[in-house]
Design a protein around this ligand. Sequence first.
Ligand SMILES: Nc1ncnc2c1ncn2[C@@H]1O[C@H](COP(=O)(O)OP(=O)(O)OP(=O)(O)O)[C@@H](O)[C@H]1O
Length: 256
Amino acid sequence: MIEFKHVSKTYPNGTQGLRKVNLTIEKGEFVVIVGLSGAGKSTLLRSINRLNEITEGEILIKGQSITRARGKQLLHMRRDIGMIFQNFNLVKRSSVLKNVLSGRVGYHSTLRTVLGLWPKKDVALAMSALDRVNIQEKAYSRADELSGGQQQRVSIARALAQEATIILADEPVASLDPVTTIQVLDDLQRVNKELGITTIVNLHSVDLAKKYATRLIGIRSGEVVFDGTADQASDETFDQIYNRDSQKEGSEASKA
Ligand SMILES: Nc1ncnc2c1ncn2[C@@H]1O[C@H](COP(=O)(O)OP(=O)(O)OP(=O)(O)O)[C@@H](O)[C@H]1O
């Protein structure tokens, strides 16, 4: 349902973020992307919803080209894709409920959303999204009163209220402690399983990647160098992804 066809990205300064990537990600997969810092994980993830514009090739979602989409069509395609960020991207001074309702902006006129005139149905949807990630009781708290893990749950609820069928999570647990990390990844896994939401996550930790991924994609220097299940990924596979043979980047690999 998500297809990368010969996708490359060259940044304006000449850096190659992606090189001729070909991938097909099926509905309901839980894909984890791993690779060294600077390998191109964020570039790959963000090219799916065009937060990053690719410079070659094409990306199709459910058979439609998001690369060529414009105006309303692009808006509708983006509405289908929820995004989870490392820093949560919440409006800190707003309530949790308002933050979750912001997932509905793509469905209504600007005036209506600016005035906060949310239909009852949307409020019910937002409350049930909060319930799914077990923080409904925080609905009327200010977002910045919540812990990091709770804030990340709010951002998952926002993607659910958006009725996204795809969730992109760019280093969603990088700012969280180990216990909270597991809770947030468990939440993502649960909504993936229960709602069949296709989930693509960038992670630094190999152990977490192996634990959660139904499919692992390893990238190195903008190229896909591994694509398979966690069981298929051997120590040698990770050596290759993390360039551990190379003396030049060996010290960087050991940090990863
Ligand atoms: N806006 C930009 N302009 C120029 N080069 C960029 C830009 N954004 C990323 N890059 C470069 O593209 C390459 C891939 O970066 P990307 O952020 O996708 O890597 P990453 O694997 O997500 O790294 P990290 O794990 O550190 O987030 C790197 O060499 C990076 O320096």
